[in-house]
Design a protein around this ligand. Structure first.
Ligand code: PFF
Ligand code: NA
Length: 450
C-alpha cells in the first residue's frame, strides 16, 4: 500500500481492502439511513415504500454500485475527464462529459441541505449533553424542534460548523481521517442503534412498527412513491453522484469490487432498518405522527432518551455519532467536483474551499425555508423540500441511470470479466446494468410523467 496523506495525492490507494470497505461504508451510512429513511418511510406510507426501496437496492443499487466503483478503477478519480476518456470514439462521446458535470453539481446540491440537517444533529448532541432534552413529552419535543427551526441564526451557526468540519477533513486528507473514524465509530453507532431498537421495542409499539414498515399496502405504491424509493436507494448507497466512482479509483487492484459492493449495500441496509425499528415503535407507542416529515427523528428520539436511564449521555453520544456518520458521507460529496475542477495539489484545496462555500450559501436557502421563507413555494413545495426532491428523487436516479447505461453499453469493454472473478457473475451484472436497471428506471420515470 502507498501513502495515505490525502486527497491531493496523484494516485493514492486505500491501505487495504478493509480500509476501502470502511470508507465506502462511511460514505454510504449517514443521514440517509438514520434521518431520511424513517422520514421517507413515514410520509410514503410505510411498507410499500420500504419494500420497493429494498427491491431497488438489490436489483439496481448493487449493480450500479459495482458499475461506479469499476468505472473509477478503470477511469481514475477525475470523473468528468474519466467519463470523456472512456467514451472516446463511442457515439455521443461529448454527452458523457455532461453526465460527469451533471452528477458533480447534483452532489453540491445534496451537500447544501445535508449540512443543514447534520447541523440539527449537532445542535441536538449539544442540547442532550447539557440536559436540554430530558423530561420531554412528545408535545414538548415537537416544540423544541420547532424552536430550532424558527431560529435561522442558530441553524446557520450549526450549518457553518458542519461545513467547516467537512472542509477541515477534506483538507487534511480524506482517507486517514475517514479510515479511523469509520473503524471505531461506525460499529459503535450500529451497536447504539441496536440498543435503541430494543429499548424502543420495550417502551413502544413494536408490533405496529413492524407491520407499518414491512406489510405493503399496494394501493400506497403510487408513481411518486416508486420514484422516491428509487431515489432513496441511490441516495443511501451514495450512487448517481460520482462519489463512489472517485472512491473506486483508490481501490487496490487485488480487491474484488463486486464482493465489496455487496458488503457495503448490506451494511447500509442493516443500518437503515435498525433506524426504522428504533423510531417507529416510539412513533406509534407515543401517538406521534409517522408522516411528520424531516423532523421525525428529532421529535421522536428525544422522547425515548428522556425516559431512558442515563438518557442524556446516550442521547448526546447518539446524536454525535450521527454527526460523525454525516461527516464521513459529506466529504464524499465534495470529492467529485474537487477532483474534476482542481485536479491534484494546491488548486484542489482552493476549489474545495470554493465548493464548500457555494454549498454553504445554497444551504442558507434550506435554512430560511423553515422560517423567513416558510411561505415560499416552488412547484408547491418549500425550498428545502424542493431542493431535496429535485436532487434526491430526480437527479440521483437520472445520474444512476446514466452510470448504468455508460457502464453497460459504452465502457463495457474496459470493465472486464477479470474484475468479477467469474464469467457468470460478469454476465449477470451485464444483464442487470444493460437491461434491468435502465428498464426499471425508465418505467418509473415514464410512470411519473403520465
Ligand atoms: N449515502 C449517504 C447517506 O445515506 O446519508 C448520502 C450520500 C453521501 C449520498 C455521499 C451521496 C454521496 F456521494
Ligand atoms: Na446510506
Amino acid at each position: 500500500a502507498r501513502t495515505q496523506t490525502g486527497a491531493a495525492d496523484a494516485a493514492p490507494e486505500w491501505s487495504s481492502r478493509a480500509a476501502f470497505i470502511a470508507a465506502a461504508v462511511g460514505s454510504a451510512v449517514g443521514l440517509g439511513n438514520i434521518w431520511k429513511f424513517p422520514y421517507m418511510a413515514g410520509v410514503s406510507g410505510g411498507g410499500a415504500f420500504v419494500l420497493t426501496y429494498l427491491g431497488f437496492v438489490a436489483l439496481v443499487g448493487v449493480p450500479v454500485l459495482i458499475a461506479e466503483l469499476l468505472l473509477g478503477r478503470h477511469g481514475g478519480p477525475s470523473i468528468v475527464q474519466a467519463l470523456g476518456r472512456m467514451a472516446a470514439g463511442a457515439r455521443g462521446g461529448r454527452l458523457w462529459n455532461g453526465l460527469g458535470w451533471f452528477v458533480a453539481l447534483t452532489a453540491l446540491g445534496v451537500l447544501s441541505f445535508y449540512s443543514v440537517v447534520a447541523g440539527w444533529a449537532l445542535a441536538y448532541a449539544a442540547k442532550a449533553a447539557v440536559g436540554g432534552l430530558s423530561a420531554l413529552t412528545p408535545q414538548a419535543s415537537t416544540r423544541t424542534f420547532d424552536a430550532l427551526l424558527a431560529d435561522p441564526a442558530q441553524m446557520i451557526a450549526w450549518h457553518t460548523l458542519v461545513m467547516g468540519a467537512v472542509v477541515a477533513i477534506v483538507a487534511r486528507g480524506v482517507k486517514g481521517g475517514i479510515e479511523r473514524a469509520v473503524r471505531w465509530l461506525m460499529p459503535l453507532l450500529t451497536a447504539l442503534l441496536v440498543v435503541l431498537a430494543v429499548y424502543a421495542g420495550g417502551v413502544g409499539d413494536f408490533a405496529r412498527a413492524v407491520e407499518f414498515l414491512f406489510r405493503p399496502d399496494v394501493s400506497a405504491l403510487t408513481p411518486e412513491v416508486a420514484m422516491a424509493a428509487a431515489g432513496h436507494a441511490f441516495f443511501t448507497l451514495s450512487l448517481g453522484l460520482g462519489a463512489m466512482m472517485v472512491y473506486g479509483a483508490y481501490v487496490p487492484k487485488s480487491v474484488s469490487i463486486p464482493r465489496a459492493a455487496v458488503w457495503v449495500a448490506a451494511a447500509d441496509t442493516v443500518c437503515a432498518l435498525l433506524a426504522g425499528l428504533a423510531i417507529f415503535p416510539l412513533v406509534f407507542g407515543f401517538g406521534l405522527d409517522p408522516a411528520a416529515g424531516p423532523g421525525l427523528i428529532f421529535v421522536t428520539l428525544p422522547v425515548a432518551f428522556a425516559a431512558m436511564p442515563g438518557g442524556a449521555v446516550v442521547g448526546a453520544l447518539f446524536f454525535l455519532l450521527i454527526v460523525v456518520a454525516a461527516l464521513t458521507s459529506a466529504v464524499a460529496l465534495i470529492e467529485p467536483l474537487a477532483a474534476a475542477l482542481g485536479g491534484a495539489g494546491e488548486r484542489r484545496r482552493v476549489w474545495t474551499l470554493r465548493l464548500a462555500a457555494g454549498a454553504w450559501a445554497l444551504g442558507l436557502a434550506s435554512v430560511f425555508s423553515f422560517n423567513l421563507w416558510s411561505d415560499v413555494r416552488l412547484f408547491g413545495q418549500t425550498v428545502f423540500d424542493f431542493i431535496a426532491h429535485v436532487t434526491g428523487d430526480l437527479a440521483l436516479p437520472l445520474g444512476g441511470l446514466g452510470f448504468a447505461v455508460f457502464a453497460g453499453w459504452v465502457a463495457g469493454r474496459s470493465l472486464t470479466a477479470a474484475d468479477f472473478g467469474s464469467p457468470r457473475v460478469h454476465a449477470a451484472w451485464l444483464l442487470l446494468v444493460r437491461f434491468v436497471a435502465p428498464t426499471v428506471l425508465a418505467l418509473v420515470f415514464l410512470d411519473l410523467l403520465v
